[in-house]
Design a protein around this ligand. Sequence first.
Ligand code: NAP
Length: 403
Amino acid sequence: MTALLKQHLIDPVICIRCNTCEETCPVKAITHDSRNYVVDAEICNGCGACLSPCPTGSIDNWRTVPKAEAWSLADQLGWDELPPERELSRDAAGDDAGSEAPGFTPPPLDSARGSTIAPASAATPAVNLYTVRQPATATVAGNVRVTATASDSDTHHIVLDFGSLPFPVLEGQSIGIIPPGIDAHGRPHHARQYSIASPRDGERPGYNNLSITVKRVLTDHEGRPVRGVASNYVCDLQRGDSVQVIGPFGSSFLMPDDPRADLLMICTGTGSAPMRGMTERRRRRRQPGDGRLMLFFGARSQAELPYFGPLSKLPADFIDIHLAFSRTPGQPRTYVQDLLRARAAEIAGLLRSDHAHIYVCGLKGMEDGVIDALRVAADQHGLDWKPLHARLKAEGRLHLETY
Ligand code: NAP
């Protein structure tokens, strides 16, 4: 009898290359090149930890194949789309007992640092309405720079209008933008993911539009000059231009639909986009007795902080804002986690509340420092962080989105 394998595969058409699966996989079975995310059949044990964090569902693809003929990493890296299900020989198809299908065990929530489920009161999100094969066409309704012109950081606020096309979104969700043209291999560019920066009822209330926050990429991680394909395309868009959009994506990084909920929002740079959407949602519906909003926002300097002007106009009795600047001449380097530590008593007060929801978005590197600052605040004020952390995750009240 032929041994069968239920091979785990990632759909390259839907995948938005956000790296969540690779980070989540507890056995390091997922890897990627400049184009595709792929699963090593030799390593994958089908534990399912990667399934629910994936914002698009591209991760949830399986093909039954004879074990000896499993697709290799090289095969998968060359794909533009998933292969069809293979016809199995009568010998193999009849052999369920010989199958090594990974079971669909529930995702082990503890392997992730943050929640993989939405807050209990969150509205139900629409996801994957538009795909690479059938994208939505949006029209650029506005494009403004939101960092000071004197700064090196060229970050833009772009408003996309969907006209009569339905594109329902919730705060915390993201979209994908497909840059026009082809890459160095002659293939269409893959979509880039951007968090939505506006509330569900639109950047302009009642209009079928949304906004995103995009920083122009001019250097790579090592500081060498590069021109980011998508970010430069988006930052250069003009009013009236058409843009191919896919999504919306994301079903866990969502805000509670409960005005009593306290929101602790911690972000760096363009990671402020979802915080802007949530804050604006709460501002538009503000009423006495609402829960507390606390924002910790890091940037190199005031000039590089997106939306500094509008942010500084928000009333202090509506939102408690703490800005951390890392490169202000003459000032010590300050990160968001330093400010969290300085406000440990208030943070502990929030952690003690069943209404508190925590959102972290921005640079990957901030995650360790932020989680540690929360742990210290809890432990210093008589809360046991380990069970509290587990409870926050299990209740959809600790959300991390870092790249
Ligand atoms: P950035 O300007 O590179 O960094 C913002 C601030 O974070 C700087 O002050 C930086 O300090 C500081 N920082 C660096 N390492 C840190 C650490 N370990 N802990 C805490 N703070 C740290 O930010 P950016 O270029 O805008 O990047 C924002 C990130 O958000 C990107 O990774 C992006 O992919 C991600 N993101 C973007 C979106 C979107 O919709 N556009 C959505 C979600 C996430 P120094 O550089 O001085 O050390």
